[in-house]
Design a protein around this ligand. Structure first.
Ligand SMILES: NC(=O)c1ccc[n+]([C@@H]2O[C@H](COP(=O)([O-])OP(=O)(O)OC[C@H]3O[C@@H](n4cnc5c(N)ncnc54)[C@H](OP(=O)(O)O)[C@@H]3O)[C@@H](O)[C@H]2O)c1
Length: 246
């Protein structure tokens, strides 16, 4: 194992050039982790890493498109060469492509593209990084989902966002929640913990900054799950305040 020169924990965050992913990277960096910013656009990755390094954070960019298995494999090789292990994986990258559409209006192609990024992407990234996560003494996988994924909330007539019924987005995040449970079960006898984080309605490009929370608040749940102690939970869904119903 090639340990980080300073013995720091190593965290990889997908979609870390902006929004919640960038803030998760910043907060993990402030906690002393070396953060690897997975970004589709290399220039945006370089700029984001420069910003964090300017704040004294150990940050570096790695190109990552979660829908491209060759790029994922190259990213894993880069992390392996540099560190030989991974301590934290935050699957943050996500898209909502069916805003404004009723379920009956969503083209299958939009449904497929949403699942490519929000479901198959995280699965591919977890599978690819798992050998490196198994080299960690305390691996943590965090899947960034949404309250809109919750079947309990989707069927709750009092749910604040009950009117938002996005066939592709909501169901893809429901599937991502199921992915959390499957991997948590497989890894239950290892030190690796797998959990779902719900950021809450957060002002980012995702919603034209209409979210009611700051990115600092939106990053909290993922950061807490990325830094869980050995006694912490696995296979659960949490927001910043605690456990949520599936
Ligand atoms: N904001 C909210 O209110 C809210 C609420 C609940 C859940 N979430 C979830 O939080 C996560 C982050 O959202 P955000 O609000 O920070 O949105 P954002 O500012 O739009 O950021 C989304 C990030 O995902 C990246 N991404 C998209 N497709 C990708 C792909 N194929 N490969 C790699 N990266 C990809 C984007 O990269 P580019 O810049 O290259 O497009 C961007 O970095 C998402 O999973 C979202 O579903 C957000």
């Amino acid at each position: 194992m090639v340990a980080h020169p300073n013995g720091k924990k190593i965290a990889f965050i997908t979609g870390a050039n902006k929004g919640i992913g960038f803030e998760v990277a910043r907060q993990l960096g402030r906690r002393g982790m070396a953060v690897i910013l997975g970004t589709r656009d290399p220039q945006q990755g370089a700029d984001a890493a420069t910003t964090l390094r300017g704040e004294g954070i150990d940050a570096r960019p790695v190109r990552l498109d979660v829908t491209d298995r060759h790029i994922i494999r190259a990213a894993v090789r880069e992390v392996e060469r540099a560190f030989g292990r991974l301590d934290v994986l935050v699957n943050n990258a996500g898209v909502a492509l069916d805003r404004g559409l009723q379920p009956s209006e969503v083209p299958l192609d939009v449904l497929r593209r949403t699942y490519e990024t929000n479901v198959f992407g995280p699965v591919a990234v977890i599978q690819a990084f798992l050998p490196l996560l198994k080299q960690s003494e305390a691996g943590r996988i965090v899947n960034v989902s949404s309250e809109l994924a919750s079947l309990a909330q989707n069927t709750n007539p009092d749910f604040e966002f009950r009117h938002i019924k996005l066939l592709a987005y909501n169901s893809s995040k429901t599937a991502l929640n199921a992915v959390t449970i499957q991997f948590a079960h497989e890894l239950k006898d290892t030190p690796i913990k797998v959990n779902t984080a719900d950021p809450g309605y957060t002002a980012t490009d995702f919603n034209n900054h209409r979210g009611t929370q700051t990115v600092e608040q939106g990053a909290q749940a993922a950061v807490r799950l990325a830094t869980l102690p050995a006694s912490g939970p696995s296979g659960g869904c949490f927001n910043a305040d605690g456990p949520l119903p599936w």
